[in-house]
Design a binder for this molecule. Sequence first.
Ligand code: NI
Length: 140
Amino acid sequence: MKVHLTRRYHFSASHRLYSTELSEEENRKLYGKCANPYGHGHNYAVEVTVAGPVEPATGMVANLVELDAFVAREVVEPFDHKYLNEEVGEFRVAVPTTENLCREIYRRLKDFPTARLAGVRIEETAANSFEYRGETREVQ
Ligand code: NI
């Protein structure tokens, strides 16, 4: 018997959508004002879902104190109030779209020790959300 647990976290960060493989004009055409040179910010909401059996002794899938500490260390502290393009190593290479943010946050959380990471969902704005569930679940 498996239960999914989802917990919501927040961080604020700035980014610029700009690919070094494209010209200035192509970037402007593709990303519009999101390619403006000085960047812009978002208040991101991140939902982290872990899954596993309910531990009989505790009645829990995962200890929320442990999950909170893990997410704080791996994601919230390194990302909060940062310029993602410069201050998070992955985004010196990859464009910090929310799609790539989902994948990077998933990568950082996938070794959570007490329950399996089942997915990462990010709300970038009230209108946009993105979700990544890892490669093995994608084919299911
Ligand atoms: Ni943006």
